[in-house]
Each structure stands twice: as structure tokens, then as C-alpha cells.
Design a protein around this ligand. Structure first.
Ligand SMILES: Cc1cc2nc3c(=O)[nH]c(=O)nc-3n(C[C@H](O)[C@H](O)[C@H](O)COP(=O)(O)O)c2cc1C
Length: 179
């Protein structure tokens, strides 16, 4: 902390509660972070499950690592923990309905029942028509507040030139090809 002290920055002067952002302000700020939309899937024994997630981050080039952040009570997390593998399906601009399907509490049973999918190296479900697929082995899991940061080692990719589905301020968006 010497470099902070040197800059005249007195950390002890802050009131701890004043340093805590409200949930509303947190959501308002992060909602203005434009992201893509993925469906994270996992298979264990005879079953499979998946959920919509926008928390994909590139972590490391060598080894090839990515992270997704899953709510502690997300059922998909149980499948990922059991199988120690998962696939990140980056949705194309034509797959908004899949994003809604995989995030709805009403479709939480048998989510993959009427969805077309295959598999790559890990056996995790790979959705037909996804713009990009990252097939991952679980590398590490770190508790982080009410979520678990899941770091995956990418063992296989499937890439297309399909335009991505975007999410911004609580709404689905698409790239403007003119920009
Ligand atoms: C655009 C979008 C992005 C989302 N991103 C995440 C995410 O990164 N992590 C997460 O835990 N939940 C995320 N969710 C919420 C989950 O998709 C939702 O809670 C889902 O029903 C969980 O399913 P499960 O409990 O059956 O696994 C997102 C939802 C939407 C619509």
C-alpha cells in the first residue's frame, strides 16, 4: 500500500459503509456494460442442463482459459460441478428465443428437450446454430459473493461468422452493420 500512501491517499479515512454501492446503483452501472449472450451447458451421466449467461470473460491465452460467473443457486452449476466440464455457446443474433428459453424459471426442467444439439470433446451439449462454441474442462472454481467464478480450460472451439446476439440495459440488441 506504499504507493497509495505516497500519493497522499489515506485508505483509513473512508467510511466502510459509504464505500458500499447499493444494488440499484450496481445494476444500473453494470447494465450499461454491453455484452454478448451465451448458453452454458453441462452433461452428467444420462442428463444435461444449461442456462443463459452473459458473464463470459477471456482470462488467459496460454493456457487458454475463460471464466463464467454462476449464481450459487443456479442448477447449471450443480451439473458443471458434477461433470467438471461445460460448453459456452455464444448465441447468434437469430437465437434470442433460445436465450429466453434458457433463462426462464418456467423451463427449468428438461431445458434441452426440444433443442437441437450435438457435442465436442467434453460431451457437453453444443447448440446447433451457435455463433461460437468453447468446449471447456473445469480448471478452477472460486466462490465470489453470491456467485461462483468458474474458470474453464478451452479444449476445443467451433467458430462461425454468424453475427452475435447482444444484451444492453436489460434488452436484446444486434450489431449495427453500418458502424
Ligand atoms: C441475458 C442474461 C444473462 C444472464 N447471465 C447470467 C450469468 O452470467 N450468471 C448467472 O448466474 N445467471 C445469469 N442469468 C440468469 C440465468 O440465466 C437464470 O437465472 C437461469 O434461470 C438459471 O437457470 P438454472 O438455475 O436452471 O441453472 C442471465 C440471464 C439473462 C437473461
Amino acid at each position: 500500500m506504499n504507493y497509495l500512501a505516497g500519493a497522499g491517499f489515506a485508505l483509513g479515512a473512508f467510511n466502510q459503509s459509504a464505500m458500499r454501492v447499493s444494488p440499484e446503483n450496481f445494476r444500473a452501472a453494470l447494465g450499461r456494460w454491453a455484452s454478448g449472450v451465451t448458453v452454458v451447458t453441462a452433461r452428467f451421466k444420462q442428463g444435461a442442463h444449461g442456462m443463459t449467461a452473459s458473464s463470459l470473460v477471456s482470462v488467459s491465452l496460454s493456457p487458454a482459459l475463460i471464466s463464467v460467473c454462476m449464481a450459487k443457486d443456479a442448477r447449471t452449476l450443480e451439473w458443471m460441478t458434477a461433470s467438471q466440464a461445460f460448453a459456452v455457446n455464444v448465441l447468434s443474433s437469430e437465437q434470442e428465443s433460445l436465450s429466453r428459453h434458457f433463462s426462464s424459471a418456467e423451463t427449468d426442467r428438461d431445458r434441452l428437450k426440444d433443442v437441437a444439439f450435438g457435442e465436442l470433446s467434453t460431451g457437453s451439449p453444443v447448440l446447433d446454430g451457435a455463433a461460437v462454441v468453447l468446449d471447456c474442462r473445469m480448471h478452477a472454481m472460486h466462490p465470489a459473493g453470491d456467485h461462483v467464478l468458474c474458470i474453464g480450460e478451452v479444449v476445443q472451439t467451433r467458430v462461425s461468422d454468424k453475427a452475435p446476439l447482444l444484451f444492453y440495459r436489460g434488452e436484446y440488441r444486434r450489431l449495427d452493420p453500418k458502424v
